[in-house]
Design a protein around this ligand. Structure first.
Ligand code: S0N
Length: 279
């Protein structure tokens, strides 16, 4: 897809984790099922996103799907939950426990304090469509297709999959997407405002990495606060918690906060008088 020299990272069974010059790439690797996710796929993605979050050398994360190498029109980003392992109370993994653990992953994509780009190489359908919606940015191949299928296949995502989608494309369009279960072209997704850029399939990775590199030149703290700020506007108290946590992190690095800590450890009264009371 490109000549970028990705370095292999932690090994998984159902995904691939790679890095390149401050960028982590997480690839769902189940092309034979259009990159549908099982509980294990989701657990591995959760682990990989945590890995990228904890690595101070990583500034941007890319989420994509593995190509099977056929016609570009047949490739998939992710086709949602794997219907073959869907039990009566969720998706059933090797431990026989039915789970809806993609919800944990959705939260992590939201709160990881680094921009996440969905590199949409093909079908983004069902729970896979929700994953691209949740990423900070989406860059799509011209041949990618987008849509929800819940009402057709007996499932629904009434959380981010509904409310956040509506915040993005508007109430009427979001209802159309869910009520009619149609598929939309990349160009239509661009016009709806749920994709940032559409490029020829062959240029997808180069373009996505270029976007990542541009962001890597900028202040990571500024990007972190902007992400938290956008989330705070849509995520209620959970969004505010993320924003407030980032403010606390910044405060911890100040001499003012250190004075409180040091005074406690030195068993003395803290002296905050020297710190400015800005207007
Ligand atoms: C993606 C589609 C449109 C591609 O069509 P195409 O190119 O004609 O390929 P197919 O021949 O259909 O597929 C090729 C092979 O891949 C298998 N496959 C495709 N998708 C899945 C899938 N989702 N699960 C399992 N297998 C899949 C096909 O069966 C075929 O295999 P073979 O060759 O052996 O016959 C088309 O494939 C399509 O429409 N796929 C289904 C899309 C779908 O309905 N997905 C599920 C939607 N629901 C969810 O994602 C659940 C949401 C969710 O996770 C969630 C949300 C909120 C709260 C909790 C949850 C939760 O459940 O965890």
């Amino acid at each position: 897809m490109s000549d970028i020299q990705w370095q292999p990272g932690k090994e998984y069974r159902e995904i691939i984790y790679e890095t390149y010059e401050g960028i982590a790439k997480i690839t769902i690797n189940r092309p034979f099922r259009r990159n549908a996710f099982t509980p294990r796929t989701v657990m591995e993605m959760y682990d990989a996103f945590s890995e990228a979050r904890d690595d101070a050398g990583i500034g941007v994360i890319i989420l994509t799907g593995a190509n099977h190498g056929g016609a570009h029109e047949d490739e998939a980003f992710c086709s949602g939950g794997d219907q073959m392992v869907r039990g009566n109370g969720g998706y059933v993994g090797e431990d026989n426990i039915p789970r809806l653990n993609v919800l944990d992953l959705q939260r992590l994509i939201r709160v990881v304090p680094k921009p996440v780009i969905a590199m949409v190489n093909g079908y983004a359908i069902g729970g896979g469509h929700v994953l691209h919606i949740l990423c900070d940015l989406s860059i799509a191949a011209e041949t990618a297709k987008f849509g929800q299928t819940g009402p057709k296949v007996g499932s629904f995502d009434a959380g981010y999959g509904a409310g956040y989608l509506a915040a993005m494309v508007g109430q009427k369009k979001a209802r159309e997407i869910w009520y009619l279960c149609r598929q939309y072209t990349a160009q239509e997704a661009l016009e709806m405002g749920m994709v940032n850029k559409v490029v020829p399939f062959e240029q997808l990775e180069t373009e996505t990495v270029q976007w990542a590199k541009e962001m890597l030149q900028f202040s990571p703290t500024a990007l972190r606060f902007m992400k938290a700020s956008f989330n705070a506007a849509t995520d209620g108290l959970a969004g505010l918690q993320q924003f407030a946590g980032d403010a606390t992190l910044l405060y911890y690095t100040s001499d003012e906060a250190k004075e409180g800590r040091d005074a406690f450890k030195e068993k003395r009264k803290p002296d905050f008088s020297k710190f400015p009371k800005f207007p």
